[in-house]
Design a protein around this ligand. Structure first.
Ligand code: DOR
Ligand code: ZN
Length: 468
């Protein structure tokens, strides 16, 4: 056995779970964290000088749309994952609404094989909720991250996103509960959305505010409530993605507490750092579903972060072509914005500005997402045995946000021109440098599938099984 470590990160402040920090070094061997310590830096084949830097776990973005295969003119996995790497995101979990929707175990296997050698960061995959009841056990064995229920979409490029019947919805929830697979829900109630859209269109509205008016907060809250109630009924764990504001958050927490729902809430940087005033100023290019809301909603999300009712932050990176956004009526423009590369820098800036602690950033972007998608035995914390997925951030540095400089195929960002406190210096994936001194140093993508790990003993929901 050789003496010393493969790699040591020296003279940094290592962020450990629970807000603990160690001013010292972190040793890596075979791609894993082996030890963290103070004092003399131990021997190693490679030493990375982190002096003055914060050593964080790589962020885990549980919500990206990398469009590959299917819509690779907008983004492909290589471009999206390179943007992730530059943004300090070392694991992404891809949503299933690409041209090639992941529904069956074969879809899942094919996509994993397809992504080999295409991703700069490790990746997991969500599968589609709809029509998946018969596949859930096998998908769990393959390591599916969750079943994604797009409540607010009728179809996507002809693919039907609404479950074909209530019986199918029930069967899928039961199967998910049985396999301990969580359901992630895009909470917007479709019948209300369609009604608002048609009425506002008939009124002749084409101003930029019409999109948000067609998808108001209470419509999000209704879907939150329905999903929470159904999840409790069938004993399923539920995660509400990209929650936008006050009423939906209060609804989620009220139902969690009143019914004992096993429910967590995610929000995104666009809801924390932007408001409807930015939408008015920037227009359809920053339109997203659900919409970016008022400053009151934004404040409610920050309160939720302080109170712990927001569990995690993800980017909902959803690139579209400029022409997809150029409709005469915002109701006809596609929604979605790029964000995987700016998420951690924005949150680090918020920490540097005293809005939250760096430890809380690590919780929201690393530790909690790892728990959410069952990667927490390997990722999300810098503890011995875990993958050495590491980001070194210099809080004295500055990051200038420029769409042109982003590594996504799309170069429009709602944060254009912002000067952020803090700069990402180094990014490592399983102990191998991806980014050094702000430059890509890896020769080729070596990201691999990070399967979610489920317990072997399955929960049982006998009452519903009896009537199935
Ligand atoms: O704005 C959005 N864009 N919201 C979604 O739920 C989907 C996403 C996309 O894939 O474009
Ligand atoms: Zn999304």
């Amino acid at each position: 056995m050789s003496e010393g470590y493969d790699l040591v990160i020296a003279d940094g402040v290592v962020q450990l779970p629970g807000g603990e920090t160690v001013a010292g070094w972190l040793g890596v061997t075979d791609g894993r964290v082996v030890a963290v310590g103070e004092g003399a830096v131990p021997r190693a084949d490679v030493v990375i000088d982190a002096s003055g830097g914060q050593v964080l776990p790589g962020a885990i973005d549980t919500h990206v749309h990398f469009r590959d295969p299917g819509d690779t003119d907008k983004e492909d996995f290589t471009s999206g994952s390179l943007a992730a790497a530059f943004g300090g995101v070392t694991t992404v979990v891809d949503m299933p609404n690409t041209g090639h929707v992941v529904v069956t175990p074969d879809d899942f296997r094919e996509k994993c094989a397809y992504l080999e050698h295409r991703s700069w960061v490790d990746f997991g995959l969500h599968a589609n909720f709809n029509d998946s009841s018969g596949f859930v056990d096998e998908l769990a064995e393959l390591g599916v991250a969750s079943l994604k229920w797009l409540m607010g979409y009728a179809d996507w490029k002809g693919y039907q996103y609404q479950p074909s019947s209530y019986a199918e919805t029930r069967a899928t929830f039961m199967a998910a509960a049985h396999a301990s697979v969580g359901v992630m829900v895009h909470a917007e109630a479709l019948p209300w959305l369609l009604d608002f859209r048609d009425r506002l269109r008939a009124q002749g509205r084409t101003d930029v505010g019409v999109h948000a008016d067609s998808r108001p907060p209470f419509v999000e809250a209704i879907a939150v409530a329905e999903a929470a109630i159904v999840a409790v009924e069938f004993g399923c764990r539920l995660h509400i993605v990209h929650l936008t504001g006050d009423v939906p958050l209060r609804t989620a927490i009220a139902l969690r507490d009143a019914l004992g729902a096993d429910l967590t809430v995610e929000t995104c940087p666009q809801y924390l750092f932007l408001s409807d005033e930015d939408v008015l100023a920037q227009g359809v290019s920053i339109q997203a579903n659900p919409p970016i809301r008022s400053l009151h909603d934004q404040a409610a999300l920050w309160d939720g972060i302080a109170a712990g009712t927001i569990f995690s932050v993800a980017s909902d990176h959803a690139p579209h072509l400029p022409e997809d956004k150029q409709a005469e009526n915002p109701l006809d423009a596609l929604s979605g914005i790029v964000g995987v590369e700016t998420m951690l820098p924005l949150m680090v800036d918020a920490a540097a500005s005293g809005r939250l602690s760096l430890a809380r950033v690590v919780e929201l972007l690393c530790a909690h997402p790892a728990r959410l998608v069952r990667l927490d035995d390997r990722k999300g914390s810098l503890v011995p045995g875990h993958d050495a997925d590491i980001v070194i951030v210099d809080l004295q540095g500055r990051t200038h946000v420029s769409g042109e400089a982003l590594h996504s195929k799309q170069h429009t960002t709602p944060f254009e021109g912002r000067e952020l406190r803090g700069a990402i210096r180094h990014v490592l994936l399983r102990g191998r440098p991806l980014i050094s001194a702000g430059r890509l140093v890896a020769r080729e993508p070596f990201g691999r599938h990070a399967p979610s790990l489920y317990p072997r003993s399955r929960s049982s929901i006998a009452r519903h099984e009896a009537i199935a």
